[in-house]
Every structure is written in C-alpha cells, then in structure tokens.
Design a protein. Sequence first.
Length: 137
Amino acid sequence: MSVSAGDTFLYPLNENSKEHLWVVATDPDDDGRVAIVSLTSLRGAKDQTVILRKGDHPFIKWETCVYYSFADVWSTEKIAVEVAANNAVYLEPLSPDILQLILDGFTSSDFVKNRVLMYLRERKRNRQANANSPHDF
C-alpha cells in the first residue's frame, strides 16, 4: 500500500474517542515518514485557522476545522499496520486545493507542536535543495 499527500483515513484521536478524519499532509520522506493532521467539528474548537465545509470532502457533513494541535509525524508503516488491523480505514483523498489550504495552515496556526513544525521546515529545506515532492510544506 502506498501513502501519498492528500490521502485520508478514519482513526480515533485516542482510545476513548470516536473516529476522526485524518489527512496525510505530505508525501513520504526518504525514511517513510509523513506529517498527518486530524479534522474535528468546529463546535467548541479553539483553533479555527482552517475551516472546511460540507462538500470539501465526502466525509465532512458540517463545519469542521483542522486540529493542528493533534498534528503528528507517523511512518507509512504505522499507517499500514493500523489499516491492516482494521483500526484505520482509508477514505477518498482530498482535492489538491484543500490539501494546499491545510498545508498553508501549518504556518498560520499557533497550535502546531514544535517538533512537527521542525519536521516540516526540514522537509521544506530538503525540497528546495532537491525539488523532490510538490506536496510539502
């Protein structure tokens, strides 16, 4: 199974929560790592940097925000293991425009963890040096 920027999957935020839509924000790096971020209902959300609406993805039924505080860096192997164990389910990918909106939000949100920002900045430096992937921060 290949993983690409814009892929989406259902996965719980934690062991006690219902499934949320997660977005693979970057193509895999040379070590097979990707940045991922969750979407959640806009109701009561602190971070409203990027708001998505019904029609932006088939799973989105109401106003939804990108949950940048839950952004993380995962290996593509971890995603594959979670899918194989039926803990995660792939859905339709995002459109390139919505993916770019989410990528742009990483630099605008005050809620992104420093280690995720550092990972994305390093990817950007590598991309500028190598011009590898069009789907990077």
